[in-house]
Ligand binder design. Structure first.
Ligand code: DOR
Ligand code: ZN
Length: 485
């Protein structure tokens, strides 16, 4: 095949009339796309000839959102979701890249399981994706083969949640960080301390508590505070990079800020449910809002918003955790599966706060696209609208007020605490690498399998391990004095 000369051949598509939003500003401009990438942004008159044009008048064009925390349940729990339904839901939510969690069956803890999931994702995904692998007590030796087989990062469960993946001891965590640090990969943490939660839950059960609020009582914010602080100490010691998933409380912001100030490579995300729901919502929703970590007292909301605004929290993710209505509405709270779908409602929920004037569209673009792309080594290929970037675009109608309905969700899980909520701002079309996956709120033909893995071009900064002379590997390599050589 011959190379196409960039300046002589037309664009595949030129988009006119939209308002482009970046992490700093917004401006009216046209976008020219060729071979799935943006190659020009500017005045309509300056655009090259195009095979096709698209009219985006009246719409804001955002870099597609990057949701670094979804559970698409495939393989193993496909009655809840699969890679096809999950990525379709993502596309309807203006999300063009997702990172899928490893608590599937089998757990993604070795290269065989990872390779099998890659095959599933490649055949079903409508949007681009990265895959996580678990870092567990007994799987530390799998780190090299997992990195080799293609991951976006590691997930470590400091506390139990859906799938009941065993929690590594602090000793195993330290060793895991020692082993991951030289790879440069980031470790995402479910930062809730298991031993505290187990004691509390056992005693709550013994005391006869079966109500929804007992779930919150079993996981007070201190479990997250202790976990974040402890993980930050281990990351600081080893030089491992960490990411705090689903920050739910004002109290966790203390250890997060302290660690950042000490220079630890630590980042964090929060989710719409921690920003917009509060303890009073348990009365209305019961088990439907059961999620780990729990939705907390409403007093946590403003500090979380403030932490996004000041950069303590780096990004918005969703912890999209689909379950069936039966699994979410069991009478006794302890038997209700944790989590609910969120990948397709994040953008409208957040845009509603923009419409209220709470923050700017550029703030939102930093939290949803620019920062995740930078932190996960995908920038500037992802997360930005500029020449050279993938043409991953969310076309948003900021004038549209509508009502979220569970029945309309594209997720297989049609049960969420957002049902009936009025929102302003609608992702109308979603494009992934130059191709419309959703147009006029309709899934386009033949986009199943269009999604591609993103770890292939991930570029993390150079690894910076510390105390390498004191790792378990270094210590056990020393021959005991007096032992025969
Ligand atoms: O509520 C949750 N559900 N929290 C998690 O950490 C996991 C998730 C799931 O996989 O269902
Ligand atoms: Zn999760």
């Amino acid at each position: 095949m011959t190379e196409r000369a960039p300046d002589t051949l037309p664009a595949d598509l030129v988009i006119h009339g939209g308002i482009i939003v970046t992490g700093e500003t917004q401006f009216a401009a046209s976008i020219a796309i060729r071979d799935g990438r943006i190659f020009a942004v500017g005045d309509a008159a300056a655009m090259p000839a195009a095979r096709e044009t698209f009219d985006a008048a009246g719409l804001h064009i955002l870099p597609g959102a990057i949701d670094v925390h979804v559970h698409f349940r495939d393989p193993g729990y496909t009655h809840k979701e699969d890679f096809e339904s999950g990525t379709a839901a993502a596309a309807f939510g203006g999300v063009t890249t997702v990172f899928d969690m490893p608590n599937t069956i089998p757990t993604v803890a070795d290269a065989a399981a990872l390779t099998a999931k890659h095959a599933i994702a490649a055949s079903k995904a409508h949007v681009d994706y990265g895959l996580y692998a678990v870092l567990g007590e007994d799987t530390i030796d799998k780190v090299p083969e997992l990195v080799e087989a293609g991951i976006i990062g590691f997930k470590l469960y400091m506390g139990n949640t859906f799938g009941r993946i065993p929690t590594p001891s602090t000793g195993a965590m330290l060793e895991a960080f020692e082993v991951v640090a030289p790879t440069g990969k980031r470790v995402s943490l479910h930062a809730e301390t298991n031993s505290v939660m187990e004691r509390r839950q056992r005693q709550l059960v013994e005391a006869g508590r079966t109500d929804a609020l007992a779930h919150l009582a079993s996981r007070p914010a201190v479990v997250a505070v202790e976990a974040v602080a402890r993980a930050a100490i281990l990351a600081e010691w080893t030089g491992a990079r960490i990411h705090v998933l689903h920050i739910s409380s004002a109290a966790e912001l203390g250890p997060l800020r302290d660690a950042k100030a000490r220079g630890v490579d630590i980042t964090g995300e929060t989710c719409p449910h921690y920003l917009m729901l509060g303890a009073e919502d348990y009365a209305r929703w019961g088990g439907i809002i059961r999620v780990n970590p729990p939705v907390r007292e409403a007093a946590n909301q403003q500090p979380l918003w403030d932490a996004l605004a000041d950069g303590t929290i780096d990004m918005i993710a969703t912890d999209h955790a689909p379950h069936t209505p039966e699994e979410k509405t069991r009478a006794e709270i302890w038997s209700v599966d944790c989590g609910f779908p969120g990948v397709e409602t994040q953008m409208p929920l957040m845009l509603t706060e923009v419409a209220k004037g709470r923050y700017s569209l550029s703030d939102y673009v930093r939290w949803s696209a620019v920062n995740p792309a930078r932190i996960w080594g995908l920038y500037p290929r992802k997360g930005v609208i500029q020449p050279g970037a993938d043409a991953d675009l969310a076309f948003v109608d900021m004038g549209r007020t509508w009502t979220i309905r569970d029945a309309d969700l594209k997720s297989r899980s049609k049960v969420s605490p957002w049902d009936g909520r009025d929102v302003t701002g609608m992702p109308v079309h979603t494009m992934v690498r130059g191709r419309f996956v959703v147009k006029d709120r309709a899934l386009q033909a033949d986009t199943k399998g269009h999604g591609r893995p993103v770890h292939t071009f991930q570029q993390m900064p150079a690894a910076a391990p510390r105390h390498a002379d004191q790792t378990i590997a270094a210590a056990t390599a020393v021959v005991a004095p007096g032992a025969a050589a």
